[in-house]
Design a protein around this ligand. Structure first.
Ligand SMILES: CC(C)(COP(=O)(O)OP(=O)(O)OC[C@H]1O[C@@H](n2cnc3c(N)ncnc32)[C@H](O)[C@@H]1OP(=O)(O)O)[C@@H](O)C(=O)NCCC(=O)NCCS
Length: 412
């Protein structure tokens, strides 16, 4: 590849995001301008104190020492052992306006993409000359924490989960570029790559307790406080993000939109509620409890609890736990729906009754959706997970469609 071989990277690639180039260090270690940036970060007292705590001493490495550090601490320990590790992060070269008559606004890589093979060769230039010209701004990496940063297990410690659930994320950005969400954009791309290409199931992280900037960044990436104590560092906070949490964010938004449209629909059409007063009370309590548990255990709300310092309230996989709590209510709700159907049979036909029947059928599809949701956030197998997500989407579509029909019938 461009007169170089990257032994720790059998199939060289780079990741492009809308603003950034994200390059595995087995390639970037050969780029002098990146090594210079890396050495500058570790020689910066403010950067090191923020990232690694008061006890960390700044390093003043020359170029050979920097290369050596990257070789031994990242390439040999991570890339060669697990085929993942740090990535150099630089600003994407802007297309030169008017150079070839092409539209300078036209972006050949509008979203996250990967380059390999001939495209990569061209991107890097002969002997990596084009990489030398990139403005490097930081790094973002993932590593198997069990063989890199974690202390040895002691007697009485529970064994670590599988390493694919112990993938630590780390990042650092040159202070001149803080506040532009660069670490977020780069880390998001690296994590997506790790999920897709390496099957990573859970990311973990540790931050200094007073590193609120890094904590906020982790929350933006979907992390919550884990309550674990893997690193046994009292001055640090531990975090985690499970693969399912990305799904959880989408689900949270859908759930809120769904609840609002349901309430609006109910307000618009005449209601035919359960008549039996005791059954009605149980029905109201069950609906409230289901909604509260779904929202409370959502990744979005859990992130806020993490922000308030109540992370120890979280179960290890809050999303999965919350989904199961909701599913536990389903048998009760089935009984309540059955009772409502029974009451509806006692009355004469009419549009209000038809709307109520449609509403209950819509409820039945939403119970099926909840079961699929619980499977999707707890399932580790990507194939069956896809089936659960598809069933959930179909049920939600059916439920929403029935609610629209219910509203139309109620108005008729
Ligand atoms: C941590 C680091 C990568 C963050 O970079 P960044 O470019 O500022 O990150 P982002 O812009 O994506 O996000 C920072 C967030 O923190 C918020 N923030 C800034 N200062 C904050 C503070 N004192 N308290 C809480 N949040 C703060 C920002 O407002 C932003 O959130 P927003 O997008 O919701 O407004 C960077 O500061 C850094 O390299 N620090 C030194 C190394 C380090 O700490 N590494 C992490 C080791 S765990």
């Amino acid at each position: 590849m461009a007169s170089r071989s990257f032994t720790a990277l059998p199939e060289p690639f780079v990741i492009l995001t809308p603003r950034l180039v994200v390059i595995p260090t087995p390639i970037a270690v050969h780029v002098t301008s990146y090594r210079t940036l890396y050495a500058e970060l570790y020689a910066n007292a403010g950067f090191c104190r923020m990232g690694f705590g008061e006890r960390f001493l700044v390093r003043n490495w020359n170029d050979d020492e920097t290369r050596d550090m990257i070789e031994t601490r990242d390439i040999q320990r991570s890339w060669e052992k697990r085929s993942l590790g740090d990535f150099a992060v630089g600003l994407r070269p802007q297309p030169k306006s008017g150079s070839s008559g092409a539209d300078p606004q036209q972006d050949p890589f509008p979203s996250v993409s990967m380059l390999a093979g001939d495209e990569l060769k061209e991107f890097m230039g002969p002997d990596l000359t084009r990489l030398e010209e990139i403005q490097w701004v930081g790094y973002s990496g993932i590593r198997d924490a069990t063989i890199t940063s974690l202390p040895a297990r002691e007697e009485g410690d529970a064994p670590y989960p599988d390493w694919l659930e112990m993938v630590e994320i780390r990042y650092g950005v040159s202070p001149a570029f803080w506040g532009k969400s660069i670490a977020q954009e780069a880390s998001d791309a690296v994590m997506q790559w790790a999920i897709r290409e390496k099957g990573v199931k859970r990311f973990i992280a540790a931050t200094e307790r007073d590193n609120q900037r890094s904590g906020r960044l982790l929350q933006k990436l979907g992390f919550v406080h884990s309550g674990t104590n893997y690193w046994k560092e009292p001055l640090e906070l531990e975090w985690e993000m499970r693969r399912g949490r990305i799904l959880g964010k989408v689900t949270f938004v859908l759930k809120v939109v769904n609840s609002i449209s349901h309430s609006v629909g109910n307000a618009l059409v005449p209601q035919y509620p359960v008549k039996h007063s005791a059954v009605k009370v149980v029905s109201d309590v069950a609906s409230g409890a289901g909604l509260i548990s779904l929202l409370f255990f959502s990744s979005t709300v859990q992130s806020e609890f993490g922000a308030l310092g109540a992370g120890s309230m979280s179960a290890t996989n809050t999303l999965g736990f919350g989904a199961i709590v909701t599913v536990i209510l389903v048998p009760l709700k089935l009984v309540l729906s059955g009772w409502h159907f029974y009451e509806l049979t006692l009355d004469g036909a009419g549009d209000t009754r038809s709307a109520a029947i449609l509403s209950e059928v819509s409820n039945l599809t939403s119970y099926a959706s909840r079961n699929s949701y619980a499977v999707s956030v707890n399932d580790e197998d990507p194939d069956t997970l896809l089936v659960a997500v598809a069933v959930k989407a179909a049920c939600e579509d059916a439920s929403s469609g029935l609610q629209v029909v219910e509203t139309c019938v109620g108005f008729a």
